[in-house]
Design a protein around this ligand. Structure first.
Ligand code: DON
Length: 327
């Protein structure tokens, strides 16, 4: 069955989700990175980006927070776009680990590849694969340019966050060098880790995350700028990776509950992709024990349930065609 929705229906669902979830107090800010512990815990915003480029936004949707692990999504797409989906599958893989995002055990268990570009090991490996653009700091320029293409606007590193992450990323250092041990990193491990740490420290807004998600939902064409950003055949590849591991060891629970491919970050952001329909995002800093925002999960689960966004559902939600303007 097809269920047609229009922009007004989405606006209403986003507003209702905000009202229902704004008083949720569960979870705790990430504190293993000192900067994140000090972000105001009461910030909360929800955004959706629709195929015509309308960005619906309620709450703190202009606040710049650390993109953190949501950055694993653009870098995975970039690596696939520069090489191919098959090469990323061969070099990194597409399996869920069922383990925490920074698991060393996952690398030891599956030492022939780092599992998926959406956990730390695979993401550091993906950073090592990225081909540079320009002359100096080319890999970094390549990643930032790609994220800006997806978001349709400029992004920059939150310097204090980058310093805070760099001073405390001992576990990730072990991951980078363990990958080297298994020949699963494709450039210098320290440099690849630095690129990964910098990309996690990029500041984004919920509006930007929703637009990034909408670009994926729209087959690689940004619905706001109308610019093509990546090859359309990669959209289902990245959505499948998000569906299988986007919430780490809680991914099954999330997918069972909502049927929405999504990716979280310890900054409190979550970005969800409804293939062919829209991008949604929510932001609230307090996290559950797996590192996923409690309030953002509730908000997006409400929107997904209310609008029938479950990709496994028998009712397919599509955006209604707009009435042509009367002459
Ligand atoms: O690697 C880290 O520890 C962070 N910079 C990113 C982790 C993260 O966001 C995990 N996701 N929920």
């Amino acid at each position: 069955m097809i269920q047609k929705i229009d922009n007004a229906t989405v606006r209403e669902a986003v507003q209702q989700a905000y009202e229902r979830c704004k008083n949720e107090t569960g979870g705790k800010n990430a504190d293993y990175i000192p900067y994140l512990a000090n972000v105001p815990s009461n910030l909360f915003g929800i955004a959706a980006c629709l195929p015509d480029g309308e960005v619906i936004a309620v709450g703190d949707t202009d606040y710049k927070f650390g993109i953190e692990s949501v950055s694993k999504v653009p870098t995975a797409i970039l690596a696939m776009n520069q090489y191919s989906a098959q090469e990323m599958l061969d070099k990194i893989g597409a399996d869920a680990t069922g383990l925490p995002f920074n698991s060393i055990m996952a690398i030891l268990l599956e030492n022939d590849h780092p599992s998926t570009p959406l956990v730390n090991a695979g993401a550091i490996s993906a950073c090592s694969m990225v081909k540079p653009v320009g002359d100096s700091d080319g890999k970094w320029k390549s990643i930032v340019g790609f994220i800006e293409g997806l978001a349709g606007s400029q992004v920059e590193v939150i310097d204090e966050l980058y310093k805070s992450e760099t001073a405390t990323n001992f576990n990730n250092k072990s991951i980078a060098w363990l990958l080297k041990n298994y020949n699963r990193i494709y450039d210098d491990p320290d440099m690849s880790l630095d690129i990964y740490t910098r990309q996690c420290s990029i500041g984004v807004t919920a509006k930007q995350l929703a637009t990034m998600a909408a670009t994926i939902a729209n087959g690689g064409v940004n619905p706001v700028t109308k610019q093509p950003v990546f090859k359309p055949e990669l959209a289902p590849k990245i959505a499948s990776l998000m569906a299988t591991v986007g919430f780490y060891e809680h991914t099954g629970d999330w997918l069972f509950t909502t049927g929405l491919p999504a990716k979280t970050g310890v900054g409190g952001g979550i970005m969800g992709v409804v293939p062919g329909v829209m991008g949604v995002a929510a932001f609230a800093p307090p996290l559950d024990e797996a590192g996923n925002s409690v309030k953002a999960q509730k908000a997006l689960a409400y929107v997904a349930g209310h609008l029938n966004l479950n990709i496994f559902g028998t009712t397919r939600c599509v955006m209604a065609e707009k009435e042509p303007a009367k002459a």
